[in-house]
Design a protein around this ligand. Sequence first.
Ligand SMILES: *Cc1c(COP(=O)(O)O)cnc(C)c1O
Length: 356
Amino acid sequence: MLNIRIEKTQNPKPIPGEDNPLKFGTIFTDHMFIMNYETGKGWHDPRIVEYQPIVLEPSAMVFHYGQEMFEGLKAYRTDEGNVLLFRPDKNAERAMNTNRRICIPEIPAEDFVQAVKELVAVDNAWIPTRPGTSLYIRPFIIATDPFLGVRPSDTYQFIVICSPVGAYYPEGLNPVKIWIEDDYVRAVKGGIGEAKTGGNYVASLAAQVKAHDEGYSQVLWLDGVERKYIEEVGAMNIFFKINGTVVTPKLNGSILPGVTRNSVIELCKHWGLPVEERKVSVDELVEAAKTGALEECWGSGTAAVISPVGHLRFEDNVMQIKDGGIGEVSQKLYDTITGIQLGKVKDEFGWTVQVK
Ligand SMILES: *Cc1c(COP(=O)(O)O)cnc(C)c1O
């Protein structure tokens, strides 16, 4: 249990009005959580203070060798005015795994969740109310030793910031076009693909730029060794419905274990749909698209929740799914998960956590 000192700002900012589109990740709330770490002293001085710039030495290790981790989750306001988090314990658990992988000192799961809850409670007025909106929460840790050598840092900052975000699909679910990348790779087994860390994102930029230039919104990655098996979309996990079975790549060490991915699998099983976590080759997909066996495709992640995929391209193969429309399972998953998040659908799994 952390003893968090709360120092409220004397200069609160205007809270965005109902008509503000709340473009993802551009507006930040009044406060942030911050806690320091020092070898020998451990994590200390947890506090909630005004959202403000942080001062670091140019030699701070995070700038040079990328020792940093992050998480992403959302808080939702229900019609009754309650505030709900969606499976924050899963984010805390994943944060511990990321920390272990990149040699950042661990934060107990309950402390991680407490920091998030207390910050959300302080900035509670910033949680937007319009349908589809939420408060995006970004916890992260950076290595701060002023040192240009390569080793784990002895000092860190754990920071949590919050950003009100608009509906990902303001006009309702909208299928995306995805580019299957056969040249660049994102991660390999044994590397950091299963850790939520900035390095995976910088590795993905060149392919993302290439895909955008070709008119595609996101990149679907293949495995880094054989470049044959589907991995994930870089900020989303990927699902296919092939001949009535829900199929998703099995976690293999280079795929990020999404909280939404896990929720999708549990829901589909609960509905009695056959679910397979296994290797899926790109050849199998191309073939399934040709024969019509590829019935649906969607991505899963905190930002969009469920993102229907209407169009996949691999080299010269263009795969149109559901004639570019939305599949029934994609729509049902979206409605159910967002319904649970907003307290409108019965939470049979105990996934939501009330803030205060
Ligand atoms: C965060 C993330 C996801 C999605 O995870 P969720 O917990 O569902 O938000 C998928 N892939 C990568 C690489 C990620 O960083």
